[in-house]
Structures are given as C-alpha cells and as structure tokens.
Write a protein that binds this ligand. Sequence first.
Ligand code: ADP
Ligand code: MG
Length: 616
Amino acid sequence: MSTPNVEKHEFQAEIKQLLDIVIHSLYTEKEIFVRELISNGSDALEKLRHLKITEKEIFDSDLDLEIKISSDDTANTITIQDFGIGMTKDELVKSLGTIAHSGSKQFLEALKEGGEKNDNLIGQFGVGFYSAFMVADEVKVYSRFWKEDEPGHVWTSSGAGSYEVEEVEGQRRGTKIVISLKEDSKDFAKESTIKEIIKRYSSFVQFPIKLNGEKTNTIDALWLRSKSEITDEEYTEFYKFQANAWDEPRYRLHFSADAPLAINALLFVPNENPERAGLGRIDPAVALYCRKVLIDSKPDELLPEWMRFAKGVVDSEDLPLNISRETMQDRSLIQKLGRVITKRFLKFLGEEAKKRPDQYQEFFDKFGFFLKEGVAIDMTYKEELSKLLYFESSAQEKGKKTSLADYVSRMKEEQKEIYYITGQNRESIESGPYLEGFKARGLEVLFLYEPVDEYVMSNLREYDEKTLVSADQGDIKLDETPQSSDEKSLSEDESKGLCEWLKETIGERVKEVKVSDRLVDSPAMALSPDAMSSQMRRMMRQMGQDSAMPTEVLFEINPRHALMINLYKQRESNADLAKLIALQAFDNSMIAAGLLEDPKDMVTRMYEILSQASES
Ligand code: ADP
Ligand code: MG
C-alpha cells in the first residue's frame, strides 16, 4: 500500500506509554499545547539566531525570525510554523519518536511512582511536543533543516503507536506543524480562542507571533532590556499588563545577576494592598519565565508566602523549560532562585527605607503586615526582615515610627533589653499602668498595636543581641528609681502586711501579691509571671481561646499611692469596705491588662462600693 518514499516507524515503548496517557487522560488544560509548540518554535528560532552569527550559508536566509499561526475553523485545523533551524529526517525520528528530552523522561519516571494520579502529572510536566495529541486526530510535522542540501520531510502520526516519514518538495526552512483537531477540541480552530491562549502564555516570547497574519504579542520582554532604555511609562504599562492591575506601582526593582544563577527579574509592589481592603488572600503573582517562555504564572514555591504581595517576572536561563516541582533537583533550583531574589528584594527595601523614609513609611503602613508575617513564620529571612520593621514608641510622637536599629541607637548605656507594650492603641497604652515605671526611668518602650506583632516578637526574641521584653512581664528587673524621702509611703513591714492581706482577700485568682518597683502614678497592676505566659496568653486570646488557659497573674501594688496607704488602715477600721475595694482594685488592674473575662461581679461590687460611699 505505502508509496516507496514513505517510511513507517514504531514509537519507542516509553513514547507509546506517554502518548497513551496524554491522549486518554481527562486533562483539563489542553490549551497548553499551544504554549508548548510555540516554545519549541521559539527555541528553534533562537538556535537559528545563534547560527546566523557564525554560518554564512543558511537556506532561506531571508526569512523573518517569526512564528506564524493560522487557524481554520472550516477545516478544523491549526498550523504553527516557525522559520527556525528545522529538523533533518534523522532528527525528526529521534526527537519526535524517542524519549530524547528530559521533560518527558521525568514525566515517565514520576508516572512509575505516581500510579493512579497520572492526570495531575501532565499539568506539572510540560509533555512538550506530545501535548499536541491531546487535541489532535492527526499531527503532521513538516520540517526542513537549515542547511541548503537537506531535503524537507513530513512526519505524520495519529499518536497510535506509529508514525510515518516522507520526503516532501517545496518546504521552507524550519518547521510547520499542522494539527487536525479532534471533534471535542474544535474550539482551538477559532482565532479568538487561540489569540487568548497566546496572550496568556506567550506574550513575552521574543519573536513575533503572527496569528492569521496579525502580530499578537505586542509586549516584548521588558525585563531583558537594559534599564536605561526603558521609560517609566513602559514599566507602568508592563506592570498593569502583568499584574492585571489598574493602579500605579509603588516600587519597582529591575535587576539582573549572573551568579549563582543567571537571573533577570522585574518586581513591583502595587500601590494598594488588596488583602487590607478585605479582598481575601492573594495568590503569588511573580511569574516564572525561562528565556521569555512562561513556565508558571503563579509559582507557589518560588518566593516565600509572605512575598505574595509582589508582582512581576523572574526569568532564569538556568531553568529547564519543562521544570518540574516533583523532582528534588528542579525544586531546589527553584528555591535557590527564590532565595536570591528574596534577598535582593529585601536589600532593596532596606535601601528605600534609608533613601526615602517617608515613602517607605507609607509602604510599611500598607504592606508591613506581610513583612511581619515573614518574621513570625519564616525563619529564613528573620534577620533581614527585622531590619525593615517599624513601630511607634514612647520616644516618638504619635504616628511616627522607629526601626529597631534606631531604638538601639537611643538605648541608655546600661540598658540591655528592648522593651515593648502591646495594646489597642497609643492612648490605651499611655493611660495604662505598664508604661509608667519605664517612663520614670527614661526607658523607651515600643508600642505594638497589631495581633501579628506578638508573634513577631516571640519569634524574633532578640535584635542586635538585645532581648525583646514585654513590659507586662513580671520578671523584669528595673533599676531603683530615686524616691524623694519626704514622699508618703507604706513602710516595708506595712507593705508586706498589706500584700499578705490582699493575697488572702483576693484568693486563688492571684498567684502572688508584691510591692512594685515599676509603678509611679497607678495604685496597682496585674502582670504575667514570665515572658512565656504573657505571650502565650495574648496569643491564645487572639485565637479566641483565652478561657482555655488558666491565667496566672501577679498583682503588684504601689506603696506610695494614697489608695494603698488608706487601704492599709481601712483593713481594720472598715473591713467590709476594704475587702470590696481590694477586689475592685484587682479587677481594675485585670481590665487594664485585658484579662478580665466576666465583668458581672465587678459591676455589682462597684454599685455596692458606690452606695456605701454615698451614705457617708
Ligand atoms: P523539549 O522542547 O523539552 O526538548 P519537546 O517534546 O517539546 O521537548 O520537543 C522534543 C524535541 O523535538 C526538541 O528538543 C527539538 O529537538 C525537537 N523539536 C520540536 N519542535 C521543534 C521545532 N519547531 N523545530 C525544531 N526542532 C523541534
Ligand atoms: Mg518543548
């Protein structure tokens, strides 16, 4: 039957297996075949471009380096043609009939391990050329090698075990792939469908892609151009396209590196933070490219999770195009790439904070949460991130923030720790009892208002070798403050007696009552016995689980405060009222500490105190 020129070949066993899976699995993203074929065309063009540098004799050398796609919805075909290097007959047989390239090999290896979950695998491995069989009844590959004296050939297969190769006349240089679409894939013969797909995956392919004669990829690979040639407008346009955004970018970082990996990256920080606007968690959006060919538009293992606010493109020549997250080697390559980019980005933010502090403050107000999240959950960048954090503090006016480094630079010589207080807002911290001891000694305290701050501090633990200490912790030792001798105060013995009586009166709600060295204006305060418990307690509360944890509190009193001095006498003169007052003072301190769970008793008691006071 067959004409003498036609050679029939069997696919290699592995390819048969691969084709069987590609054709029969219910793979949803069939459209990626367009990307795969365009990327092969782009590779072939790239190779020709290189050849042209050294070779004089190239067949059809006047052809433009471009990819031509034509769709025909009457014939139900799609044709993808490139004027690249083309393939000889041997190459057609070898490249398209045997498992020559790494992507398919890895795919098959994963298949052996993966067993049932085969459909998923296709999405993770570009199966390259064979993806055409997801949509094709028949694939014809016309190819003509770049050397003058090589004839053209056509490779034909329906993907069912074998293929044929035949010499053809009149073939131009490069490769033309004609796909006869399956009944259920006819949609790919529509120009509008293909246009969409090209936009989605191949906008930045370096060579022109013409669809039915019209150039579709108008935006070039901006990130590969030199910075000095790119205008602000171009950057902004690119950001809008890439991030699908309407706003202007707040920051942009365009850089390239050669070692340890070849990288061209263009990153943006948007103007607005959509998570803050309550739009839900955003997906990672720094796309991964390899030589202008999109590998993954939302790679979730490239950058750390907390960097999800960044937009842009990372392009690395060192990545295999069919990179796979399944193999350890590729995975660690992606992670290595991610680390280089993350470090560079953090360095950039640090420079911005110094160069344009006001602008950085604005950024930090909107996006600081992500950096804090990074410190709280990601050990890798803790150090770098901690330098980018800013907080309000007792030494700065309201609204102004300070870095930890600046705090340290203001520390007194004998000060060894960095102090902070968490609270709803500045007012509630300033009116509470915790600040006064620090204020009296001229010690600066950071003010923390966000729930995430607690996690930041507990994960960070120290900065510049100085321990971070919460001001409501019971075990802080502060230096003596000079007391004026004429100040009225309970004596040591009297104080001791009052403390014992208070412990007895308050009962098991309090762990210990003692004289405070921190209070100045307030009569008393509640403290957690140690750092761990105060942090734990606040974290549990943030998770809505505070009642699950019994709170151990210390109650510290101010022996110079009139309330305590009076209470000392009242214990004997009016025992009933003294008891009410003691309990009330304790509850008040619990409120200030944010620890009072049920105010019911307190309200009743308060009325009791009021009515007794109104009698006299
Ligand atoms: P990969 O691109 O990862 O190597 P593919 O399955 O996409 O895997 O392609 C297999 C091989 O076929 C390529 O490596 C290349 O040698 C050859 N090939 C495919 N398409 C073309 C083309 N348009 N021009 C020249 N060679 C091609
Ligand atoms: Mg390929």
